[in-house]
Design a protein around this ligand. Structure first.
Ligand code: PLP
Length: 403
C-alpha cells in the first residue's frame, strides 16, 4: 500500500534530542559539574492543590455507578465550556457562546488537526522562527516552502520578531502570542493590523495563545477577540498546559466563533465551526472527564489564586534572566510577559556555538534558536521553568563568563 510520502518531506527533528545528547555527554565527561537546564520547555511545579482536590473528586465519581462518566460530549462538558466563556472571555469584554468552545486534550493536537478543514490548495504563512508544529502539520498535507504552500512571514531581529503583514495574499496565517520561542507579545494595534489584513484578503488567522496566562501588562491582549472584528477571521487555540501545569494531565480548547465563515469549492459559504464540530465528532471522543474536572478547578477562587502564584514564580524567573543578561550587555527580548527569554549570541556566534560555550564554561543548557527556523540562527532561548535558586545561579554563572 502507498503511504503519505509527504512525510518524506519532513526535516528530521533533532533539536531537543541533540540538546539532551550534548548535555548527557558533558555530564558523563564531567561528573563533578552540575548542569543547570535552562532549556526546559515544560512546567516543573506540581499541580495546584485545588486542581488535585478536583481530580480526587472526579476519581471518586468514576468509582460509583451513580456518578460514573463514560463517553462525554466530543465538544467538552458544558460545566467547563461555560466557565471558559465566562472567566477567559466575558471577563475581558469578549462575548462568546459555550457552543463556540471545543475542549480538547491539548493545543498541539488542535493546531495540528486544524489542517483537516483547510482546502488543499491554501497558502499558509508562518513566522520564522516558529513553533515547529505549524510547519510540520502542513508539510504532512503536502505544503512546503519549496512548492509555495508555506510562505515565511517577514519577522526579524530589528522588529523583535513581530510578524509583518505581507503585501501578498496568504489564506491561513499562524500567529503565536506570547510567542514561543521569542517571548514577543503582539499589542492591540499590531493584532488589529492582522485582523484588518485577514478581513481584506478573506484569510483565516490561527491564533495560538497557549501562553496567555503569562501576560502581565494589562494593556496587552490575551485573546485575539479583544480586537474588533476578529471573530470573523480568527480561530483561537488555548491550553491549560503552561497555564495550570496540565502538560501531563492534558486539556486545552479551541474557539471557533459563529461569525467565522469560509467558502467551499462550489462557492457556498459555510461556518468553520460546523466543519470543526464535524471533524471533532468524527475523529475525537472528548478529553477525559478527569482532566476536564481538573481544568474546571482552575477557575475556582482557590484554584485561580494557586495558578497565579505558579505563573508569578515562572515570570519572576524569566524576568531575572532577562534583566540579568541585559545587564551583561546582551540583547534579550521576552521574559516579562512570557516564560521565554530570547537572547542574541554575542560576537557573531552561531546558536550551537553559543550552546556549547554556555555548556562548557557555565554548565548551562539552552535551546539553540536555529532549531526553530533559519531566522533563529545566532540566538538562544532560555526559560523561566527551572527553580528560582537555579535561575539566580544561572545568572551568576553568566556574569562570571564575561561575554
Ligand atoms: N502551542 C505552543 C506555542 C506551544 O509552545 C505548545 C507547547 O509547548 C503548545 C501549543 C502545546 O500545548 P499542549 O500541551 O496543550 O499540547
Amino acid at each position: 500500500m502507498n503511504l503519505n510520502s509527504n512525510f518524506q518531506l519532513l526535516k528530521e527533528s533533532y533539536l531537543f534530542a541533540e540538546v539532551g545528547a550534548r548535555v548527557r555527554r558533558y555530564s558523563e565527561e564531567n561528573p563533578d559539574k552540575k548542569v543547570i537546564r535552562m532549556d526546559i520547555g515544560d512546567v516543573t511545579l506540581p499541580i495546584p492543590a485545588a486542581i488535585g482536590d478536583a481530580l480526587d473528586g472526579a476519581v471518586k465519581d468514576m468509582l460509583s455507578s451513580s456518578t460514573f462518566h463514560g463517553y462525554g460530549p466530543e465538544q467538552g462538558y458544558a460545566f467547563l465550556r461555560e466557565k471558559i466563556v465566562e472567566a477567559d472571555y466575558a471577563a475581558r469584554g469578549v462575548q462568546l457562546g459555550a457552543d463556540e468552545v471545543f475542549v480538547s486534550d491539548g493545543a498541539k493536537c488542535d493546531v495540528g488537526n486544524l489542517t483537516d478543514i483547510f482546502g488543499k490548495d491554501v497558502i499558509v504563512g508562518v513566522p520564522n522562527p516558529v513553533y515547529p508544529v505549524y510547519v510540520d502539520s502542513n508539510i504532512m498535507c503536502g505544503r512546503t516552502v519549496e512548492n509555495g504552500g508555506i510562505r515565511y512571514i517577514e519577522c526579524d531581529r530589528e522588529n523583535e520578531y513581530k510578524p509583518v503583514v505581507p503585501g501578498e495574499k496568504l489564506d491561513v496565517i499562524y500567529l503565536c502570542s506570547p510567542n514561543n520561542p521569542t517571548g514577543t507579545v503582539l499589542d492591540k494595534e499590531e493584532l488589529k493590523e492582522w485582523v484588518d489584513y485577514a478581513k481584506e484578503h478573506k484569510s483565516l488567522i490561527i491564533f495560538d495563545s497557549a501562553y496567555e496566562a503569562f501576560v502581565q501588562d494589562p494593556t496587552l491582549p490575551k485573546s485575539i477577540y479583544e480586537i474588533e472584528g476578529a471573530k470573523e477571521v480568527a480561530i483561537e487555540v488555548r491550553s491549560f498546559s503552561k497555564t495550570a501545569g496540565f502538560t501531563g494531565l492534558r486539556c486545552g480548547y479551541t474557539v471557533v466563533p459563529k461569525e467565522l465563515k469560509g467558502t467551499m469549492a462550489d462557492g457556498s459559504e459555510v461556518e468553520l465551526r460546523k466543519l470543526w464540530l464535524r471533524r471533532q465528532t468524527t475523529k475525537f471522543n472528548g478529553a477525559s472527564y478527569l482532566s476536564q474536572r481538573g481544568a474546571e478547578a482552575v477557575y475556582s477562587p482557590k484554584g485561580s489564586a494557586e495558578v497565579k502564584a505558579n505563573i508569578d514564580y515562572y515570570i519572576r524567573n524569566s524576568s531575572i534572566l532577562h534583566d540579568g543578561v541585559t545587564a551583561l550587555g546582551l540583547k534579550a527580548i521576552g521574559g516579562k510577559n512570557s516564560p521565554y527569554v530570547w537572547i542574541q549570541a554575542p560576537n557573531g556566534l552561531t546558536s550551537w556555538e553559543m550552546f556549547d560555550l554556555l555548556l562548557q564554561r557555565c554548565q548551562l543548557s539552552c535551546t539553540p534558536g536555529s532549531g526553530f527556523g533559519s531566522n533563529g540562527e545566532g540566538c538562544i532561548r532560555l526559560t523561566g521553568f527551572n527553580s528560582f535558586e537555579n535561575t539566580k545561579l544561572a545568572v551568576e554563572r553568566l556574569a562570571d563568563l564575561r561575554l
